[in-house]
Design a protein around this ligand. Structure first.
Ligand code: ATP
Ligand code: MG
Length: 742
């Protein structure tokens, strides 16, 4: 293997074989490249077996890329080498030994939606009102506790004297007990349970410590306490730990990431060798200068020099649009011009924004121009109802203890089984150790279930058990086909004769393609592994290599990636930086790091844009430029706006209290608590179809999204903009949506 393609420091870092090593460096300096070359070097030049190597990446996509890169250096990577995310590696460990901590190896993984369903059940049992305490709040709090490695017991010990925590502690205990009952783990549990496994079973820990002689971690700055602990465990014996990171790119504080992990690496691993890379290979000089001019404004950072021998390149394009549509038009027009004049693919262009909701205006323009595009993020496909339903069936086939999946699909399609019937089975269940599914053969002992419902339950049971019998012999696609056939699901949707139902049918077929692709690349194409893989899909993984299209994604999802042309859009105060940063200096620093990440994704060209007005939450509001624009080195910006002079980035003093001024914000936050009713149009506007009156401030209940607060009513009196506790802001047609006032 040729190491001459690396610079001196890179090569030195690659050539050290033993001991703890930290590579710290700014964006685009080759950290990931060093990591892959190091692994290739170990195998090729030091005869280390791939089975002794582990590499942890931040996304599955990054893991696949890493395998490909190593493969191109030394030939295909075998599954002997473990390359994956923290979560996927933990799943692999737990599948083997979960029984040692009281789980079966067929445990299921609950995603955010499943988690919510389970919390809902806990709320019901504890009589908690989800209007007072939104599910999301509890979900976040549990996750934060787990990221800090606080089990219910530990959390209880730490907070026992705080009476305000009593309710939460009770909930946390119950939630955890219910997970166990369902033989399920949420994402955070995957980490915690692996740590628990190691803590309690020295032999298991020793096995992995002896097996993995060389451990690597990319994006080390974004590891949280639990992840950090796991690495400590794994690396404790051989101490061959190789991590790379950049404190300036730490953007997951909100998920418990702790920059101290990188700052104190030397203390944690005495004798560690530290390498600093200073040459950036990714970006033109102007792009790098712009990034530096922003990040130097973070007070609590260690300054580092990052240089490039590339030429300056073009100036950074700056555009200020009239509104978000104008902004989007500019971006799409630029892309068209680039493609006309140079040989670019659509996927050479990335549009990066702060919040998912910003994608819509760009999507509109892309569609108008018939340009292919991809929105990366939001687990879009897997969040669709029909897919979630089918997944729930498959989860049940693997794990009959999974009550959450049971409840999701027992009456989907309709089997005349309502909430009452389920409650009766639950009452029976509480006297036994059985899951809901396992209770069905005992129906004769449960009183008051009608004949129709009984029939439905038995059919359901037979369906699941019939498929379960094939679990070890059939391909996933065979099980899937049989499931579709037995459910008669395609015909049912066909009968609906709606565009929506057609889209669902498309998705169901598309899912078959997903399964077939899995079968092609997997060594053991069984349902268990398939479910584990689909559960672990993360936002960034939606990029499909083969199809070309302009890429749209949040800044968070862009981490570690690079694109020839980048549009950093929506640079407005209270949008980017987010309004949360307004009163919180630490938050502002994190937003600034996010800006740094965004800028440094660009290789050749970068554009920064914002709008003077924006439709947000159903209101058209004037906007102020982001402070980050002001921080950018003005001499390398080129104004492409219609106005001739460079605009002043100093925000004008607000004349009247606007939506985002401080007072308004306070009441905005209270959307999710008490209704404030002070925003927007408070004049009642009658909605035609439901004879209900909707007005800003009205409380509503939506069948799917739950409780929400009307923020504004469209001119037609029917389009409502609603802030839902469960899923944020949505536009809803009052006449069409399953919604009522409460
Ligand atoms: P980030 O902080 O964004 O994750 P990084 O430090 O991991 O960035 P890489 O993605 O490894 O950086 O490298 C950035 C780009 O520079 C890649 O395209 C890589 O191939 C290229 N590169 C890195 N080192 C060299 C080198 N010595 N010679 C030529 N190209 C290089
Ligand atoms: Mg990298």
């Amino acid at each position: 293997m040729d190491l001459s393609i690396l610079n001196d420091v890179q090569r030195k870092a690659v050539e050290v074989v033993d001991g703890p090593i930290l590579v710290v460096a700014g964006a685009g300096s080759g950290k990931t490249r060093v990591l892959t070359h190091r692994i290739a070097n170990l195998i090729e030049n030091h005869d280390i077996f791939p089975s002794g190597i582990m590499a942890i990446t931040f996304t599955n996509k990054a893991a696949n890329e890493m395998k490909t890169r190593i493969g191109s250096l030394i030939g295909p990577v075998t599954s002997q080498m473990w390359v994956g995310t923290f979560h996927s590696i933990c799943v692999r460990i737990l599948r083997r030994d979960a029984d040692r901590i009281g789980y079966t190896s067929d445990f299921v993984i609950y995603d955010t939606q499943d988690q919510k369903a389970l919390l809902k059940a806990c709320y019901k049992e504890l009589n908690i009102d989800d209007k007072q305490t939104p599910l999301k709040t509890s979900q976040f709090k549990i996750s934060a506790a787990k990221n800090d490695m606080l089990t219910p017991e530990l959390y209880d010990m730490q907070n026992a004297s705080d009476y305000r925590e009593k309710g939460f502690i009770k909930l946390y205990y119950l939630y955890q007990a219910k997970l166990k009952q369902n033989q399920a783990m949420d994402f955070d549990d995957l980490m915690l349970k692996t740590i628990e496994l190691f803590k309690q079973n020295q032999d298991v820990l020793s096995y992995y410590q002896n097996k993995f002689k060389y451990i690597h971690v990319d994006e080390y700055q974004d590891t949280n306490r639990a992840q950090y602990t796991l690495i400590q465990y794994l690396a404790a014996k051989n101490r061959n730990l190789f991590v790379v990171g950049d404190a300036d790119q730490s953007i997951y504080k909100w998920r418990g990431a702790d920059i101290r992990n990188i700052r104190e690496f030397e203390e944690d691993f005495p004798g560690a060798q530290i390498f600093k890379l200073e040459q950036n290979y990714r970006s033109k000089k102007n792009i790098l200068d712009l990034a530096n001019s922003v990040i130097v404004n973070n007070p609590n950072r260690r300054d580092k020099s990052l240089w490039t021998d590339q030429d300056s390149g073009e100036k950074i394009g700056y555009f200020r649009g009239y509104d978000e549509k104008d902004e989007a038009k500019f971006v799409i027009e630029r892309i068209r011009t680039f493609i006309r004049e140079k040989e670019y693919k659509l996927s050479d262009f990335a549009i990066l924004y702060r919040t998912n909701a910003q994608s819509r205006s760009f999507e509109d323009q892309l569609m108008l121009n018939a340009m292919a595009y991809k929105v990366i993020g939001g687990l879009k496909f897997y969040e669709r109802k029909e897919i979630k339903d089918l997944l729930a069936y498959m989860k049940l086939v693997v794990n009959p203890n999974d009550d959450v999946s049971f409840i999701r699909v027992i009456n989907e399609p309709k089997r005349s089984i309502g909430g009452k019937t389920i409650e009766k089975i639950q009452a029976f269940q509480s006297k036994t150790e059985l899951s809901l599914l396992e209770s069905i053969p005992h129906l004769s002992q449960i009183e008051g279930i009608g004949a129709k419902a009984q029939k439905g339950l038995v059919e359901f049971y037979e369906l699941i058990m019939g498929l379960k019998a094939k679990l070890d012999t059939a391909f996933v696609s065979q099980i899937y086909d049989e499931l579709l056939e037995k459910l008669n699901i395609i015909s049912l949707y066909e009968l609906e004769r709606s565009i929506e139902a057609d889209a669902r049918i498309d998705n169901i077929y598309e899912f078959k393609t997903v399964i077939e692709e899995f079968e092609k690349r997997s060594e053991s194409p069984n349902l268990r592994d398939f479910l584990a893989e689909t559960s672990l899909r993360s936002d960034q993984d939606n990029i499909e290599e083969q199809e070309d299209g302009v890429l749209l994604m949040t800044l968070h999802a862009s981490k570690g990636l690079e694109f020839p042309v980048v549009f950093l859009v929506g640079l407005e105060d209270n949008l980017f930086p987010s309004f949360r940063a307004m009163d919180d200096p630490e938050e502002l620093e994190e937003e600034r790091r996010l800006c740094y990440v965004g800028i440094t994704r660009a290789e050749e060209r970068l554009f920064v844009t914002h709008a003077r007005n924006r439709n947000q939450y159903g209101r058209f509001e004037p906007r102020h430029p982001s402070p980050f624009l002001r921080e950018m080195d003005q001499s390398i910006l080129e104004n492409l706006s219609d106005q001739n002079e460079m605009p002043s980035f100093d925000p004008p003093k607000p004349k009247k209290e606007n939506y985002f001024s401080k007072n308004a914000l306070k009441s905005k936050q209270s959307f999710f608590g008490k209704a404030s009713g002070t925003q927007g149009n408070t004049t009642p506007v009658a909605s035609a179809s439901q004879s209900a009156t909707y007005f800003a401030g009205a409380k509503v209940n939506h069948k799917v999204f739950g409780m929400g607060l009307v923020i504004s009513v469209g001119a037609d009196g029917e389009m409502l903009t609603i802030a839902f506790d469960s899923c944020g802001i949505k536009k809803i047609h009052s006449g069409l949506a399953p919604i009522r006032r409460v």
